[in-house]
Design a protein. Structure first.
Length: 311
């Protein structure tokens, strides 16, 4: 079984490459710099190719006669998908990684908008999304990211190929480009005795890279054209997340609750958006673990081998 992961050296790609390789797959990943390739993946037998996602000819050459699974983690707009559809047509199963950022609440507000959304219920795959962007919209802007992702989804799904679009929530895990736990780990490790926390009861669904990888493996065995939410089975509050970090670091300081909007206690888990993952479970997917347990994998990676005892 051959798997090709475009942009496969980050949290989701790395977890997927490692999982598939350990299961006996022949796994190849692409990236811009070999220095970004985790040593653990090389030891697992994963092969790295220095290729940019925009190098259509190079990627097509890598795919060659086909693959059992192609996972595209770096398609940000419709043109990205459109350019590679001919090469991807030879794959038995395709996965396009999108984002939960595409969803809007009942008033049309989304998480990258000026006014915070208020989601009354977990988002299902058939929930409303932002409109798709035109080709000229920049996906690397706050306003353009989600519309460009929707446009990429539509091109993939309209192709008729066996494409599964995944919409993960806030991803965590080792090899994350911007680990959200890093600030708290750094402050606790440095010995700060008080950590301010606003909106401590906020619930912002997480997606462990290991759970995303398990879902991708499930999809590989069940090719089809669909959209699937990908999120952890539990929905911890911001305070529960911070306390889990503190427990791993053996930090015994004080978590100070402060009012939202006070300018203090900012944290990355404030958007009240959860995802309905019924469709993934109906396909046979089983999560590796819950959010709080798997979050520790990222914390340990951020620590980088340092003693967990706070300084």
């Amino acid at each position: 079984m051959r798997a090709i992961l475009l942009g496969g050296t980050g949290a989701m790609g790395g977890a997927t490459a490692q999982r598939l390789a350990l299961a006996g797959w022949d796994v190849e990943v692409t990236g811009r710099q070999r220095s970004g390739m985790p040593d653990e993946l090389l030891r697992a037998g994963v092969r790295f190719h220095r290729l940019d996602r925009t190098d259509t000819r190079g990627v097509a050459g890598l795919i060659g006669g086909g693959a059992d699974l192609i996972v595209d983690l770096v398609a940000y707009k419709a043109a990205d998908v459109r350019a590679l559809l001919p090469a991807m047509a030879s794959a038995a199963s395709l996965v396009l990684v999108s984002s939960r950022a595409v969803y809007v609440d009942d008033a049309g507000r989304h998480i990258n908008g000026d006014e915070p959304p208020r989601f009354r219920r977990p988002a299902r795959e058939d929930s409303c999304t932002v409109p798709p962007a035109a080709d000229e919209v920049d996906p690397f802007t706050r306003e353009g990211y989600a519309p460009c992702k929707v446009a990429a989804e539509r091109v993939a799904l309209d192709s008729g190929l066996p494409v599964t679009v995944l919409r993960p929530s806030k991803v965590h895990g080792r090899w994350a480009r911007n680990p959200r736990t890093k600030d708290f780990v750094g402050r606790m490790f440095a010995g700060e005795q008080t950590v301010a926390l606003a909106d401590a009861d906020a619930v912002d669904h997480l997606s462990a890279a290991a759970n995303v990888a398990a879902l991708i493996e499930t999809v590989a065995a069940h090719p089809g054209r669909r959209i699937l939410n990908s999120a952890d089975p539990d929905t911890p509050t911001a305070e529960e997340i911070v306390r889990a970090i503190a427990a791993e670091l053996q930090w015994h300081g004080t978590i100070e609750h402060v009012p939202g909007g006070s300018g203090r206690g900012h944290h990355p888990w404030r958007t009240s958006l959860t995802l309905d993952t019924t469709a993934a479970r109906d396909l046979g997917y089983q999560p590796v673990g819950n959010a709080l347990d798997l979050l520790i994998d990222e914390v340990r990676w951020v620590l980088g081998g340092r003693s967990p005892v706070a300084g």
